[in-house]
Design a protein around this ligand. Sequence first.
Ligand code: ADP
Ligand code: F6P
Length: 322
Amino acid sequence: MAKEIKTVAVLTSGGDAPGMNAAIRAVVRKSLDNGLKVKGIKKGYNGLLNEEIIDMDRHSVSDIIQRGGTILGTARCLEFKTLEGQQKGAEICRKHGIDGIVVIGGDGSYRGAQKLSQQGINTIGIPGTIDLDIACSDYTIGFDTAINTAMQAIDKIRDTSSSHERCSVIEVMGRNAGYIALWCAIANGGDDLLLPEKYDYNEQRIIDNIIDNRKRGKTHHIVVNAEGIGHSTSMARRIEAATGIETRATILGYMQRGGSPTCKDRVYASMMGCYAADILAAGKTNRVVGYRNGQFVDYDIEEALNMTKSIDEYMYEISKIL
Ligand code: ADP
Ligand code: F6P
C-alpha cells in the first residue's frame, strides 16, 4: 500500500540552472494545493545533513519565477554518497516529519534520491541542468536559457570578429555533453564544431577549413568548442601560428548558467514541478520526471539512469552543412 504523504520537501542539487526557481515554486504551490505541508531544504543534500530545513508557504516562493539560480542554494555533498550519510539523511527527514522529497538536479542527484528512497523516504527527481544530458528527457531545466545566452554572446563576438577579420574560438559549457555547443553551432552559423562526443583531435582539418574560408572571402571564422574539449586559448594560439590569421579565444563560462529564465524554461519547469508534486502526493517514489515526445512522463530512477543519449546524427550533419 502506498505510504500516506502529509509533508513534502524540495531541494536543488548539483549545478544550478535557470528555471530551478520556477520548479521550486511549482512544487511548493501545487503541494499546498494538494493539501500537504511543504518544507525547503537548503544547499542540496549538504543542507539536509546539516538540517537546514525551512517551512514554506505560498509567499515563500513569491517573486522568484523570473530569477535565475536557486533560492534554496545548491551544493555537492560527498557524505551523501556513503550509506551512513544516506541513513542520517533519512533519519533527519523522519525527525522533521518529511515523507517525501522532490530533488531538482542531474544524474548524480537522482542517485542520491534513489538511495534516500531505499531508506524509506519517497523521492521524485526533476531534470535540472543546462547541459541537456539527461537521457530520459528531451528537455532539461535551464538548457533553453543557456543556449539563448550563449547564442547572444556568440553573435556579439561575431560582430567584432568580422570587423577585425579574425578567427574566434568560443568555448561553451558542457564538460561531458556537447548539446549547448551543437545548438549554438547551428544557431550562430559556427564554421567548426568540437564536441566531447565526436572529437577526433584533428586540428589540421580546422586549420585547412579556416584557410579555405578566408580564400573564399569570409571575414570571420567561428569555432564553437565545448568545455569538455577545452584548451581554447592554446588552440587559438596554434591556429594563429598555422594560418597567419589573428585568432582569439573566448570562454563564455558561468554566465551561461545564470540569468532570467526564458519563457520555455519557466513554463516547462513549472509543469515538471507540478507533475512531481502530484505523483509524490499520490504516493509514488523512486521516480524521475521527463519530457518525451511532447509529453511529461515519469520513469523509475534506475531505468532512467540506465538509458543512454547520444548526439543526434542528423543535427550534427546539419551543423556541418550549414
Ligand atoms: P548532478 O546532479 O548535476 O549530476 P552531481 O553529480 O555533482 O550533480 O551530484 C549532486 C550530488 O548528488 C552529489 O554531490 C551527491 O551529494 C549526490 N550524489 C551523487 N551521486 C550519488 C550516489 N551515487 N549516491 C548518493 N548520492 C549521490
Ligand atoms: O551544470 C552543468 C555544468 O555547467 C557543466 O556544463 C560544467 O562542466 C559544470 O556544470 C561545471 O560545474 P562546476 O564548475 O560548478 O562544478
